[in-house]
Design a binder for this molecule. Structure first.
Ligand SMILES: [Zn+2]
Length: 301
């Protein structure tokens, strides 16, 4: 019997300096052992992720912290970073690790200039302000990897019309800014944009763990059950989680995925296997396990 391969995109979001310096090299060796190429989306500006700390005061975030053991996942230094002084520039402090990912043949894209600012302020930023942030990120990342950057992924799956238009005014092959089920051209009030979206289709570790009976023991099997051979599959992992406290579990996941003929690729490779790209809108929505709003493809599967 010939078992058909399931094609899947693998996206690695890197949010913090610690994730870049420690999580990225760890993931690079795990991926190399499995012969997998993926897409790394880097944050290169100030690491202000410690500003998340104020969210401890909010009950839903506190529950999530307890559920996912955020402190052991991220380390206390990350949680405090940026609360008392401006965060360090990740691109300047971890250029070697970013270059290492590029040299290993992985696709490299921009996650954010300032992850925390995007995540918390994007709804209020003008097209010009977002464009400025994206340009800062693109320039520094291109300088580090010594080639142009042509793809990006919005932090926290939060994108606005202003941000979409800001992106569209700059060169770009594709973006991965939302959740959805198929590759599409985003429709705005001015018509469809020419840079396609490759949405994430699968939930993340912090959305799944500790809910509905999912624990470290059955997590990998549950995640594998969500892959669909005949559909778009895009998995997002985080350098801070799967490259840190969950690295052994992630390596086991890749072993199991390869036994099931799941074939991981950088996201950009999926464009070639998509013969006709439809148009669709991006709407604001909520999903289980994630605090606040996120952007989703309007039509459902
Ligand atoms: Zn992120």
């Amino acid at each position: 019997m010939i078992v058909k391969d399931t094609r899947a995109g693998l996206r690695i979001d890197v949010d913090t300096l610690r994730g870049t310096k420690i999580g990225v090299p760890g993931l690079l060796s795990t991926l190399e052992r499995h012969g997998i190429k993926a897409t790394f989306f880097f944050s290169v500006g100030p690491d202000n992720m410690g500003r998340h700390l104020w969210r401890l005061l909010r009950p839903t975030f506190l529950l999530k912290m307890l559920r996912s053991k955020a402190a052991s996942l991220y380390g206390w230094d990350i949680l405090f970073k940026g609360t008392l002084w401006p965060g360090p520039l990740i691109g300047r402090n971890a250029a070697a690790e970013i270059r290492q990912a590029a040299a290993a043949g992985h696709e490299i894209g921009l996650h954010a200039w300032d992850h925390h600012r995007w995540q918390t302020k994007i709804a209020d930023l003008s097209q010009q302000e977002v464009q400025q942030d994206i340009k800062l990120g693109m320039h520094l990342l291109a300088e580090i990897i010594e080639r142009p950057v042509d793809c990006s992924a919005a932090p926290a799956w939060r994108i606005t019309t202003a941000a979409l238009k800001a992106r569209a005014s700059l060169p770009g092959r594709y973006h991965s800014d939302c959740r959805g089920h198929s590759i599409f051209y985003p429709l705005t009030d001015g018509g469809p944009l020419s840079q396609p979206q490759i949405p994430a289709t699968l939930p993340t570790y912090d959305e799944l763990i500790g809910k509905n009976g999912i624990d470290a023991k059955n997590y990998n099997n549950h995640l594998l059950s969500l892959f669909r051979p005949d559909k778009l599959n895009v998995l997002t992992i985080h350098a801070e989680a799967e490259g840190g406290a969950c690295r052994a579990m992630f390596a086991d996941f890749l072993d199991k995925a390869q036994e099931q003929n799941i074939d991981f690729h950088p996201l950009g490779d999926l464009l070639g296997s998509c013969p006709k790209i439809a148009e669709d809108k991006i709407i604001t929505s909520n999903i289980n396990g994630r605090e606040g709003w996120i952007s989703c493809q309007e039509t459902s599967d």
